[in-house]
Design a protein around this ligand. Sequence first.
Ligand SMILES: Cc1cc2nc3c(=O)[nH]c(=O)nc-3n(C[C@H](O)[C@H](O)[C@H](O)COP(=O)(O)OP(=O)(O)OC[C@H]3O[C@@H](n4cnc5c(N)ncnc54)[C@H](O)[C@@H]3O)c2cc1C
Length: 465
Amino acid sequence: MSTHFDLIVIGGGPGGYVAAIRAAQLGLRTVLVEKQHLGGICLNWGCIPTKALLHGAEMAHRLSQMEHLGFTAQGLDFDIRRLVKRSREVSAQLTDGIEYLLKKNNVEVILGKGSMVGKGRVRVDSAHDSRELRADHVILATGARPRALPGISGSDSRIWSYFEALVPETLPESLLVIGSGAIGSEFASLYSDLGTRVTLVEMAEQILPSEDADVSTLVAAQFEKRGITVHRQASVSSLQALSHGLECTLKFKDGREQTVAVERVLVAAGIQANSENLGLEALGVDIERGFIKTDQWSRTNVAGLYAVGDVAGAPCLAHKASNEAIICVERLAGVEHVKPLDRSKIPACTFARPQVASVGMTEAQAHAAGRDIKVGSFPFKANGKALILGESEGFVKVIFDRHSDELLGAHLVGPEVTELIQGFTIASSLEATAQDLIASVFAHPSLSEAMHEAVLAAHGHALHY
Ligand SMILES: Cc1cc2nc3c(=O)[nH]c(=O)nc-3n(C[C@H](O)[C@H](O)[C@H](O)COP(=O)(O)OP(=O)(O)OC[C@H]3O[C@@H](n4cnc5c(N)ncnc54)[C@H](O)[C@@H]3O)c2cc1C
């Protein structure tokens, strides 16, 4: 095997494998170094297996509602091990697909741990040997891992990270989730739907801290209605092992304390970049709070060295990683007219029940940016399709610049909004104005009509509310 390449990619997640495929398509001799599993966290321990489990949880919810549609059933049973097995099978199917795609595109794959030993020089250590590769360009796509909470994480096997929460052998009777970002909220929703008593603890003023306040309020209300206990402005100050679980002491911002006894604790308090042990210090690579600093083309401060995906910072999303990777590769390969990634147009989704999806500024961010705005909102309870589905909680909220009519933000909560958001993302990418959206025809009866009505509402003339 040759040891000189045009491009070496370290890390085979959605940042790394997409970079490698695109580079090979552009004619670059490319090698991908992966130390554990092709597909990265996303396919093996993130996006895909969580959604496969959430699909099962959604089914549990639907079955609980079936009498409304005239069905009754007896003897229904549920085995968490079978749902977990299916989730692992879906992951495996997709990671096999990545292996096939890399092969098809003539990307050389080396299983081993990569680290920089000089500019354009990468050492790969595997179980059998160690070798050095050279390339004109090196992309770091090493991703991230769960952020450990000092004094809490790792001290007891009943304290989980997302790894353990994805493969439970039995369902815990009770679970306390620390952190209510997308990951924490999805697990809270999932376990609650499967019958676990869930407590969700969030340090910030609102759950889903980066979402619009109206969306967060509705999700918290829905969670509480479902029996999830939600604590805001609270943190877990200590944990004590009991014979059958853990006693968690919660400390609230106002000084109050409360103890909660649970069978399991899930720490979902963010992630930390995999930027250590890569030889970056010796090369003088700029790193900030663990994340590799990059410019708009994913270049680090060292010539020929790039970083994409989670290791290069927020938003830590698979589609951000892949899009960053494509732009980085096209730019370094000399493709013309490549545009940098516009971070204001990256959608974010939480696949809890209710689902949440957003793109662009929240109302608070628009005010803070000094924008003069028009806001429109439309509830799903006035949408025919949502009523048909029996999923009428939620709304679509849109924010426009009052003068230019530019779409600044869209915030959706409710049925299938993780699919609907793409309509606003495309509109925003094409710089559609409110008038363009008003003039668009939306099929009836569809959930997407709520998007149209929200835009009409921002202009004072919603038709159905
Ligand atoms: C529970 C959970 C749910 C999520 N759900 C979603 C979702 O629904 N949608 C979404 O967009 N995002 C989701 N994410 C986030 C998403 O998984 C990440 O943003 C995405 O995986 C980042 O891709 P990446 O390529 O940067 O890194 P990763 O996917 O982390 O891949 C990095 C790869 O690099 C390898 N590696 C690390 N160091 C080395 C080394 N030295 N040598 C060789 N290989 C190395 C690792 O083994 C890994 O395979 C979720 C994350 C979690 C944890």
